[in-house]
Design a protein around this ligand. Structure first.
Ligand code: ADP
Length: 488
C-alpha cells in the first residue's frame, strides 16, 4: 500500500496521517470548505475539497470520497472514527472499487452495528450478557412482563443506537408504556430503525472495554482494557489504562470474552468490545465498536504499540506479529477529551474562535489536536478540540501529571471540558478508583467547578472570569485575549 486516503477530519485525520508518513505511505486528505485551514489539510501530501460543511455534502458523501480515491490512485481508505467508519455500504463500495477498506469485514460491521444481531452472534460463545431480551420487542404487555421478571429499573435501548443515544431508563411499570413509545419513536427518527429491546439497568457499574487486534488469518488477541466510566450523557470524557480495579486474573477473563466476541463475527483489524462491570466484579457484554476508538492512545501509551500501524499491517495481510503472552502492559495512561463545551451549561457545545492556544509539554505528554490558534471550531461537527494523553510510571504519577498538564493547557475563546476533567481526576473517588458511570450525576454540580475556578483565579470574581471565558455578549477578539491574559 503506497497511498491512502483518509476519509475523516480534525485530530483523527492528522493522527492517522502521522503513522502513514512514518510508514512511507502517501496521504490524501478530503475536506469540506469550512475545514480548509485545518492542520490536517496542510499536513497531507494531497488535499481535495469535496463540498460544503454539511456532512452529507462531504464527509458522508461516498461518491465524492470514492471519486477522489480513484482519481488519486489511493490503494487504501482509512475511515477514522465516526462518519463512514462503521458503514457497511461504504466498506462494500470501497472494496468494489478495488480499494482496501482499512477496517473489519463487511460481515463484522453489519453484525456488530446492530446490538440485537451482536447479542445473537455472541450467544454461542458463552459471553456474559446483561439480563434482558435478545430480540426486538414490539408487544408492550410482553415487555412489561419481562421487565417485572428482570426487576426495575430497566433500560429500553435502540438496537441501532450509538453515541449514547436511543436509551431510556424506566424506574417503574407505570412509566413503561410512555418510555417504550418514546424510545421507539426516537429510534426511528435518529437511526431509521425502530427496533428496541430491554436490558436490566445495572446499578453503579464501571465501563470497561477491551482493545482487540485480529489479523485476516483468524488470529485474535486483546491489548488489555481501558476504563471509561467518567461520562456525561453516556459519552466518555476521561479514559485510562489500565483500570484501577482490574487485576491480571480479571483481565484474562474479560479479555477472553472479548476475543470470543471478535471471533463470533470473524473480526479483522482493531476493534473494541465494551462491557459493564458491577460492584461484585461480574461483567456483561454491551457492544462491539468496529473501528479505532477515540480513546485508543491510552492503550498505545501502555503497550508501546501504534494501533494505526497495526491496522495497516493487518490490512496488508500480515499475520499477527505477537502472541497474547507477549502483549506488553507498563505504567499508566490517562486521556482527557478537550471538548468545546460548557460543563456549567449541561455540557452544551460552546463553539467559536480559539483566540489563544498553548499546549502542555513534557515527558509522557501527548496532545492529539486538530486545531491551532486563530481557527474556529465549526458548528457542523463534533465539538472536540483535542485529546490530552498523559503517561506516568504508575497511576498516582499519571494523575499528578495530568492535573499539572491541565493547568498548563491554555485555551481562550470558549469554555472547555478541561476544568471538569480536573475536578473529576482530583476527586477522592477517582483517586481511589471506586468511581462508576454515575460519577457526574452523583458528584458533579456546576457550583463545584465555580469553586475550582475561583480558587484558580484568586481575587478575580467568578462573574468576570466567566465573562472572559464564556462570552455571553460579543466582545472584540483582542479584548477577549487581553482580558484572558490578565487573569493568568
Ligand atoms: P452506545 O452504543 O450508544 O454507546 P452502549 O450500549 O455502548 O451504547 O452504552 C453506552 C453507555 O450507557 C455505557 O457506557 C453505560 O454508561 C450506559 N449503559 C448502557 N447499558 C447499560 C445498562 N444495561 N445498565 C446501566 N448502564 C448502561
Amino acid at each position: 500500500m503506497k497511498k491512502v486516503l483518509i476519509a475523516n477530519r480534525g485530530e483523527i485525520a492528522l493522527r492517522v496521517m502521522r503513522t502513514l508518513k512514518k510508514m512511507n505511505i502517501q496521504t490524501v486528505a478530503v475536506y469540506s470548505d469550512v475545514d480548509k485551514d485545518l492542520p490536517f489539510v496542510h499536513f497531507a501530501d494531497e488535499a481535495y475539497c469535496i463540498g460544503e460543511a454539511t456532512p452529507s455534502q462531504s464527509y458522508l458523501n461516498m461518491d465524492k470520497i470514492l471519486n477522489v480515491a480513484i482519481q488519486t490512485g489511493a490503494e487504501g481508505i482509512h475511515p477514522g472514527y465516526g462518519f463512514l467508519s462503521e458503514n457497511a455500504v461504504f466498506a462494500q463500495r470501497v472494496s468494489d472499487a478495488g480499494i482496501k477498506f482499512i477496517g473489519p469485514s463487511i460481515e463484522a460491521i453489519n453484525v456488530m452495528g446492530d446490538k440485537l444481531d451482536a447479542k445473537q452472534a455472541v450467544k454461542k460463545f458463552d459471553v456474559p450478557m446483561v439480563p434482558g431480551t435478545d430480540e426486538e420487542l414490539t408487544d408492550i404487555a410482553l415487555g412489561k412482563k419481562i421487565a417485572n421478571e428482570i426487576g426495575y429499573p430497566i433500560l429500553i435501548k435502540a438496537s441501532a443506537g450509538g453515541g449514547g443515544k436511543g436509551m431510556r431508563v424506566v424506574d417503574a411499570e407505570s412509566q413503561f408504556e410512555e418510555q417504550f413509545e418514546r424510545a421507539t419513536s426516537e429510534a426511528i427518527s435518529s437511526f431509521g430503525n425502530g427496533a428496541v429491546f430491554i436490558e436490566k439497568y445495572v446499578q453503579q457499574p464501571k465501563h470497561i472495554e477491551i482493545q482487540i487486534l485480529a489479523d485476516a488469518h483468524g488470529n485474535v488477541i486483546h491489548l488489555n482494557e481501558r476504563e471509561c466510566s467518567i461520562q456525561r450523557r453516556h459519552q466518555k470524557v476521561v479514559e485510562e489504562a489500565p483500570s484501577p480495579v482490574v487485576d491480571a486474573a480479571l483481565r484474562a477473563k474479560i479479555g477472553e470474552a472479548a476475543v470470543n466476541v471478535a471471533k463470533s463475527c470473524h473480526y479483522e483489524g482493531v476493534g473494541t468490545v465494551e462491557f459493564l462491570l458491577d460492584k461484585d466484579k461480574n461483567f456483561y457484554f454491551l457492544e462491539m465498536n468496529t473501528r479505532l476508538q477515540v480513546e485508543h492512545p491510552v492503550t498505545e501509551m501502555t503497550t508501546g504499540m501504534d494501533l494505526v500501524e497495526a491496522q495497516v499491517r493487518v490490512a496488508r495481510g500480515e499475520e499477527l506479529w505477537l502472541t497474547q503472552d507477549e502483549v506488553p502492559l507498563f505504567g499508566h495512561a490517562i486521556e482527557v477529551r478537550v471538548n468545546a463545551e460548557d460543563p456549567e451549561n449541561d455540557f452544551l457545545p460552546d463553539l467559536g474562535k480559539i483566540v489563544h492556544y498553548k499546549r502542555p509539554q513534557g515527558l509522557g505528554i501527548r496532545v492529539d489536536d486538530g486545531f491551532e490558534e486563530g481557527l474556529t471550531i465549526p458548528l457542523a461537527y463534533d465539538p472536540m478540540i483535542a485529546k490530552l494523553i498523559v503517561y506516568g510510571k504508575d497511576r498516582e504519577e499519571a494523575i499528578e501529571k495530568t492535573l499539572k498538564a491541565i493547568d498548563e493547557y491554555e485555551i481562550a475563546g470558549m469554555s472547555t471540558t478541561l476544568g471538569f476533567a480536573r475536578f473529576a481526576i482530583d476527586h477522592k473517588e477517582f483517586r481511589d478508583g471506586s468511581f462508576t458511570i454515575n460519577f457526574v450525576g452523583d458528584h458533579f454540580k456546576p457550583e463545584m467547578l465555580r469553586k475550582e475556578i475561583s480558587a484558580e483565579i484568586g481575587e478575580m470574581s467568578y462573574e468576570i472570569f466567566k465573562k472572559i471565558k464564556n462570552e455571553a455578549e460579543p466582545v472584540y477578539e483582542d479584548q477577549k485575549l487581553s482580558s484572558w491574559k490578565s487573569k493568568r
